[in-house]
Design a protein around this ligand. Structure first.
Ligand code: AHM
Ligand code: MG
Length: 346
């Protein structure tokens, strides 16, 4: 019998991938306040995401696609799956009494959650966009869930108040997204790098597939809804022309799904930048600071990238209201810097 090639033998005895549950427990002691509360919260998100994933995968087979004919706080039409995903996350977090407050892009106001367990109050609030990019559902394109977690700033013997939610992005203790794409992934950060987990649908388990995610050192993708070109600020119009110019490694490639989680995820892996500028109609852009921009900005910075509103860092923007919007530029650091320069010069 031929002796085993030691290189091949090594390949076959590769250690099994870590599960998300194992990873959460292993890293629990990274927090100053290590009570296991944040770990339980991440586990609840993991569970809810599987339920949403199951429903998203059935879209087309059951009566779950299309509009509810209702308008949400932001004056946008709610899709049936928006409402479903919101309920699933809300229930998972409220029933388990893991957080003391919940705010969602699909709700008008935040929800106070009081805990009946041992008379103790929980310390975290969560803000969530339950189904981002939901207008893509009808066409079977990828959508996502985005979440952002803060430690409350008010005293824990009182119900949460608005100030617990209106914190600057730099105060986030964790943020992440679930991408319901060709495979389902949960990607998150607790301020110690970004890690991505892929769902094995047969087992219903997330496995660490993308440890310590970082942007490539350079990128060449720009993602923007160019249909709004004539409504963009001068600097962005010039930047788009710059991307299209044929010199010094350009033209860049244009890729836009219209689903922030999917566009961000692709740019993170391949190197690129996502832009949602102000427009004549929407001077603050379209994206919501608390539910979309802050969590994605936190992930972007943790992956070695940047996120700005064209004037400064997203994570340092003061928040005045729950559904506040902001222009958003996010991706490879050097590319975001280019955009900031174009905006400053125009
Ligand atoms: P939503 O939360 O209502 O789905 O809106 C956010 C989405 C982002 O995912 C996406 O990048 C953007 O809106 C697309 O907007 P537009 O169609 O104007 O390009
Ligand atoms: Mg959204």
């Amino acid at each position: 019998m031929k002796p085993t090639n030691p290189r091949l033998a090594k390949k076959h005895t590769k250690a099994p991938k870590k599960t998300l549950g194992e990873f959460i427990i292993e890293n629990q002691n990274q927090f100053g306040y290590s009570t296991g509360e944040l770990s339980r919260l991440l586990n609840a998100i993991k569970l809810a995401s599987k339920a949403v994933n199951h429903e998203v995968n059935k879209a087309g087979l059951v009566d779950i696609i299309g509009s509810t004919n209702q308008i949400n706080h932001s004056n946008e039409e709610q899709q049936k799956l928006d409402v479903f995903a919101n309920q699933v996350f809300k229930r998972a977090l409220i029933n388990r009494q893991i957080v003391c407050g919940f705010a969602s892009e699909e709700e008008d106001d935040f929800v106070v959650i009081s805990s009946s367990k041992n008379n103790s109050q929980n310390n975290y609030v969560i803000l969530i966009d339950p189904l981002d990019g939901s207008s893509n559902i009808d066409t079977n394109a990828s959508v996502g869930t985005i979440f952002s977690i803060y430690r409350r700033v008010t005293s824990s013997d009182k119900p949460v108040s608005e100030s617990d939610f209106l914190q600057k992005g730099i105060n986030q203790v964790a943020a992440g997204y679930i991408l319901y794409g060709t495979s389902t992934m949960l990607v998150y950060t607790t301020g110690f790098g970004v890690n991505g987990f892929t769902l094995n649908p047969a087992l219903g388990t997330f496995y660490l597939s993308h440890p310590n995610m970082k942007y490539p050192s350079s990128g060449n993708i720009y993602s923007i809804n160019e249909g709004n070109y004539f409504h963009f600020p001068k600097g962005i119009k010039k930047y788009i022309k710059y991307c299209q110019e044929n010199k010094n490694g350009r033209p860049y490639t244009s890729r836009y799904i219209g689903s922030l989680v999917s566009d961000f995820h692709r740019n993170l892996i391949k190197g690129g930048v996502y832009l949602y500028p102000s427009t004549l109609k929407n001077p603050n852009g379209k994206l919501r600071l608390l539910y979309e921009c802050n969590p994605i900005a936190f992930l972007s910075e943790q992956a070695g990238g940047a996120a700005t509103n064209g004037k400064g860092r997203i994570l340092e923007i003061s928040t005045e209201e729950l559904h506040q919007r902001t222009p958003f530029y996010c991706g490879n650091k050097a590319m975001v810097k280019e955009i900031d320069n174009f905006l400053k010069l125009s």
